[in-house]
Design a protein around this ligand. Sequence first.
Ligand code: CAA
Length: 254
Amino acid sequence: MIRVDRDDAVAVLTVDRQDALNALDVATLTDLRDRLRDVAGDDGIRAVILTGAGEKAFVAGADIKYMSGLDVEQAKAWGALGHEAGRLLETMPKPTIAAVNGFALGGGCELALACDIRYAASGARLGQPEVNLGIIPGWGGTQRLARVCGLGVAKELIFTGRVVDAEEALRIGLVNGVHDPVLDKARETAALLASKSNVALRIMKELANRALGGEHGANLRAEGEMFGELFAGEDAKEGLSAFVEKRDPVFKGT
Ligand code: CAA
């Protein structure tokens, strides 16, 4: 199951299937996709954290026992469901943060990669060990690991299936920081982001998601367009005036 805890404008989604190290079976992944849809569409939620229940695991991957019985069409549907969850994390109009509190393997690492920001506990282990099962990363790992860590690092990790510790994850840029307790750090950043202009955050996320794809000139033109459009809204007026008037801004999200 997925637990959803609300703390003011921050939602914490916790994958809770501890007897399988939070590995995702159909019910849990469907629940996750549905809860992500809920928080994506809830304007009162301004930042989202994804974590795993217990001390051992964030998510130990897709459920291997379930996958061992799949045929081609079922496997494609299973991949598509994982992609749906990843796309929600990646594109919802508010920041998403992975608090990686233990094993983040296979599909677990892929969900973390779909988040905007990743923090790891010092005992976390991350990797894409699918090759050891005779399969490939199927929930975005062949694409997003390269975007986050660079193609050379990504190929080494997905080809070998090597799992990295938190310190190496930080060094290769797979996580943004290593913190204990990791959820406290995720909550701190989420609260900070929730206090900022959610209009600016939404537009920055949309533009940043284009940074590694498409045509550079067109992306810059889109940035210029959206930069200009922002000046029609209240948050830009408020942020700029607050600086001039030497006071803290109060953003309304318009
Ligand atoms: N699927 C199903 N069950 C899993 C699981 C998974 N991905 N990972 C762990 N479990 C289960 C184990 O089967 C075990 O259950 P039982 O007690 O019923 O046997 C329980 O969780 C505890 O696991 P271990 O006893 O193995 O715990 P450990 O501490 O000795 O080892 C581990 C931990 C190194 C994470 C090990 O469990 C492991 O290697 N798990 C598999 C990791 C993996 O390969 N993940 C990728 C899956 S493929 C994928 O995700 C495809 C994709 O891209 C979508």
